[in-house]
Ligand binder design. Structure first.
Ligand SMILES: Cc1cc2nc3c(=O)[nH]c(=O)nc-3n(C[C@H](O)[C@H](O)[C@H](O)COP(=O)(O)OP(=O)(O)OC[C@H]3O[C@@H](n4cnc5c(N)ncnc54)[C@H](O)[C@@H]3O)c2cc1C
Length: 284
């Protein structure tokens, strides 16, 4: 195993920004991704590490008029135990519950999942389906980036090297419903082959509005499936609509074959998952 780089452990954001501006350093929160990269020698070893886990400003879950606010260094265990998350964003809790096992959930963070930007990151479709906004900051100030604009390419993000993810804001529009489903080789401790988050608002006779169909593990970045969203917008989840939405989804995805799955399997399973969620929503 390569030598562990020196670690700075700031207690405030101010200190963290100074360390980040001082020279090359790699932020870590739970280090569940970074330590695997270091010990597995996957890429260059960072010169220094910047441990964010002691910065209270990056932790916590709060409900405000703007929505549910989740600090970047909030762990999956914190999200699973949070009454606010369970009440207002159960899809995020469902995603957190599928990530690794207890050890990973105790250390792994929402901000780490976002910055790592794996196409298989399980929380990322929830962010897209929820129209989440990511607050980032550094010595130059703070700015907000929508989840839809954050993932710019394979493992690439809109985050600048001197910026940290501070918080994620999940708007909570009245009447929105959301469902999450992950498909892996087994129910736990598996990287996803397909992950899907579906969101909508039910306007009764006027059908569904603000439909979001967001997926992971089927493209270089987490994506929204605009074709199937159009099928569902203004419609109701009848068997015919579900058939059409699922068929459209299969047609609009271009996944790849890799060690975890084949493109054909991913396409077929994504369509089945959407169909199943629509069937549940329609109660048939
Ligand atoms: C055994 C195992 C199982 C796993 N299972 C899953 C799974 O089922 N689903 C899944 O999605 N992931 C899984 N992971 C991956 C990992 O646990 C998650 O991505 C986790 O959320 C990473 O969070 P972290 O705090 O540990 O990130 P770290 O390893 O600390 O950091 C990850 C990346 O984010 C950056 N970073 C962290 N925090 C910030 C911040 N606030 N601002 C800017 N950059 C930041 C780091 O520089 C690094 O590039 C698994 C990992 C392991 C080892």
């Amino acid at each position: 195993m390569p030598a562990e780089p020196p670690i700075d452990t700031p207690r405030t954001l101010f200190e963290a920004y100074e360390l980040l501006a001082a020279g090359p350093t790699r932020p870590i929160a739970g280090a569940t991704d970074v330590m695997v990269q270091i010990t597995g020698e996957l890429g260059p070893i960072p010169e220094r590490l910047l441990d964010l886990s002691r910065i209270g400003e990056l932790k916590g879950i709060d409900l405000t008029g703007d929505g549910l606010l989740v600090g970047a260094a909030t762990t999956y265990t914190d999200m699973r135990r949070s009454a606010l998350c369970r009440e207002h964003l159960p899809a995020l809790v469902a995603a957190a519950a599928t990530i690794g096992a207890a050890q990973i959930q105790n250390r792994g963070t929402l901000g780490g999942n976002i910055a790592n930007a794996s196409p298989a990151g399980d929380t990322l479709p929830v962010l897209l389906a929820a129209d989440a906004v990511i607050l980032v900051g550094g010595q130059r100030g703070e700015r907000e980036v929508s989840a839809g604009e954050f993932f710019t390419g394979y493992r690439q993000t809109a985050l600048a090297p001197d910026e940290l993810i501070l918080q994620v804001r999940f708007p909570l529009p009245v009447g929105r419903q959301m469902r999450f489903r992950k498909v892996g080789t087994r129910r736990a401790q598996a990287i996803s082959k397909v992950v899907l988050a579906l969101a909508w608002r039910d306007l009764g006779p006027r059908g569904w509005a603000d439909v979001r169909v967001a997926l992971g593990s089927v493209a270089p970045t987490p994506i929204r499936a605009s074709g199937s969203e159009s099928v569902l917008e203004g419609a109701r989840p009848t068997p015919q609509v579900a058939d059409r939405a699922a068929e459209t989804l299969a047609g609009e995805l271009s996944p790849i074959d890799d060690v975890r799955s084949t493109a054909d399997y991913r396409r077929a399973v994504a369509a089945r998952v959407l169909h199943r969620l629509l069937r549940d929503a329609g109660g048939w």
